[in-house]
Design a protein around this ligand. Structure first.
Ligand code: PLP
Ligand SMILES: N[C@@H](CCOP(=O)(O)O)C(=O)O
Length: 435
């Protein structure tokens, strides 16, 4: 697999280089030079395959020249060792639960695959790998667990102070070992900017071997295609041929992976991008003007992103043609008030508790179904995080239904350790250089 930069189509790097560089020097993002199609026979019979089998088929189609088949199989079976069930709510409405991994969010797919790929490529005698990651809530926890104890790596997680939930914060700050966390006095976008500035800084690059575990890293995106194919397999078993996916979106990595899956041959009738008030992409699809804005805080905190880093990848996938994207991707945005009403509606209608991010995808599914009453496709909204991560959002009667998974109970007994910094790059740089 060769990759180019969205800012330089002539650049060529291997997958291994792209994973460790995470971002090209020209500040674009890496994209695969060729997007291979999965064999039609595999797609036609996908309902006969398990999630690890599907994941292996996709990964080997993309990475066969980079990781030998036997090693890749072992890596996939270790990384993707939890389920992603499609749960039926009514005749045409389904929820794809992506929170059954160790950190209780869909990020486990990307983070576990990426940490194992890096560990596979890393040699013991190489310089320590410094993994930087900005999080608005969930990525940090998944990356921390994915890399905890991985030899020759050190992870630095930047999170916006006071803007992540308690469970999310505990997941970031109670690990110790090779994981350290920094509360930044700013927003997620500030954290993301600090990480990008670090990659562009000569002094830091001379001293450290820096890489990113954010979805700017191509190794995060590839494994997120697995669950789209796997959801399609489950729906085929239920007799559906056409699928609509509604994706709660912030940095647009998740829907970007869905669109990559589509380009690899996954038959999808429609994608729906669902956002909170941070609506840079819905505004762009409507107006053609791409204008990032400082992020605002919402109940769906992990989607509080004003400058979605993966949008350039999606534009690149569709050759910068907004109308081609508009044909395949509908976008909707919802306020906090609507999100709360959505949570209550899902509970009352289906006796199902959905997190605020998931509720936004549900509302978008509903809006799409109302606008397209003749579309008989299975409507699948992605549930991206376990409800226990956001207890402060739920009314008491719904809160009472939420069971705490064992790993969350344990977290509460562990001491928290984190440093605090402002959002200025100089302070962050000084911090890194002093350690
Ligand atoms: C729970 C949850 N839902 C949705 C999102 C948005 O996903 P993406 O940034 O890939 O668009 C995130 C953060 O990434 C998240 O943590
Ligand atoms: N919503 C994310 C933000 C980081 O995005 P990523 O796509 O770079 O992982 C989070 O939960 O941290």
């Amino acid at each position: 697999m060769k990759l180019y930069s969205t800012n330089n189509k002539d650049l060529r790097v291997s997958f291994q280089e792209a994973v460790f560089n995470s971002m090209p020097q020209d500040k674009g993002l890496y994209m695969p030079l060729e997007i291979p199609q999965l064999e039609q026979d595999f797609i036609d019979h996908i309902e006969h395959y398990s999630l690890p089998e599907i994941a292996y088929t996709i990964a080997s189609t993309l990475l066969k020249d980079e990781i030998p088949a036997g090693d890749l199989k072992v890596l996939i079976e270790d990384a993707v060792n939890f389920n992603a069930p499609v749960v039926k709510l009514d005749e045409e409405t389904f929820v794809l639960e992506l929170f059954h991994g160790p950190s209780l969010a869909f990020k486990d797919f990307g983070a576990r695959f990426m940490s194992r790929v890096m560990a596979y490529f890393l040699k013991d005698d190489e310089q320590l790998l410094d993994v930087l990651v900005a999080t608005s809530g969930d990525t940090g926890g998944a990356v921390a667990l994915g890399f905890l104890g991985v030899a020759n790596t050190r992870v630095t997680i930047l999170f916006p102070k006071g803007k992540v939930s308690e469970v999310q914060r505990l997941q970031l700050t109670t690990n110790g070992k090779n994981i350290r966390a920094i509360a930044v006095d700013g927003t997620f976008d500030d954290c993301q900017t600090l990480v990008k500035q670090a990659f562009a800084d000569n002094e830091l690059n001379a001293k450290f071997r820096l890489t990113s575990a954010n979805s700017i890293n191509i190794a995060r995106l590839i494994p997120q295609t697995f669950y789209y194919f796997n959801a399609y397999a489950q729906l085929k078993r239920k007799g559906f041929k056409d699928v609509v996916f509604a994706v709660p979106s912030g940095n647009f990595g998740n829907i970007g992976a869905g669109l990559l899956a589509y380009k690899m041959g996954l038959p999808v009738h429609q994608f729906i991008a669902a956002t909170n008030a941070n609506d840079t992409v819905p505004r762009f699809l409507e107006s053609g003007v791409y204008e990032t804005k400082p992020s605002v805080q919402t109940y769906a905190n992990a989607m509080d992103v004003g400058a979605p880093s993966n949008w350039v990848r999606i534009m690149d996938l569709f050759k910068e043609d907004r109308s081609a994207i508009q044909g395949l991707v509908k976008a909707y945005r919802f306020t906090d008030e609507q999100t709360l009403a959505g949570i209550k509606e899902i509970f009352e209608k289906f006796n199902y508790v959905a997190c605020p991010h998931t509720a936004i995808a549900y509302l978008a599914t509903k809006a799409y179904a109302e606008e397209n009453p003749n579309d008989e496709s299975a409507k699948v909204f992605l549930s991206t995080a376990h409800v226990c991560k956001f207890p402060e959002v739920f009314p008491d009667d719904i809160l009472a239904k939420i069971e705490l998974p064992a790993q969350v109970e344990t977290l509460k007994n562990n001491p928290e350790l984190f440093d605090e910094l402002g959002k200025e790059f100089e302070g962050f740089k000084k911090y890194l250089l002093s350690k």
